[in-house]
Design a protein around this ligand. Structure first.
Ligand SMILES: [Zn+2]
Length: 84
């Protein structure tokens, strides 16, 4: 009887350890894939800056009334009125 109880506890502990390991694996993989989406987005659109002509991803520059600038400084230099 004592032996059966021992194996039941062992199975319970193994199950808990396995579940927590599985959760760690899933959350780790999810975090990695979301990071990858940010750094290597194949659909990231590259635009030329209206001021200096440098090509930059849309997320790194500023878009004002359909005109793209590589930075807020170049938008200002080109005469764009910044809201903030
Ligand atoms: Zn520029």
């Amino acid at each position: 009887m004592g032996r059966i109880l021992f194996f039941l506890i062992l199975a319970g502990v193994a199950y808990i350890v396995f579940k927590s390991w599985q959760r760690k694996q899933v959350s780790g993989a999810g975090g990695m894939s979301s990071r990858e989406k940010v750094s290597h987005n194949p659909r990231e659109v590259i635009y030329p800056c209206k001021h200096c002509g440098a090509y930059s991803p849309l997320s790194e520059g500023v878009m004002l009334q359909g005109r793209f600038y590589c930075s807020a400084d170049h938008a200002k230099l080109a005469g764009e009125k910044m809201v903030n």
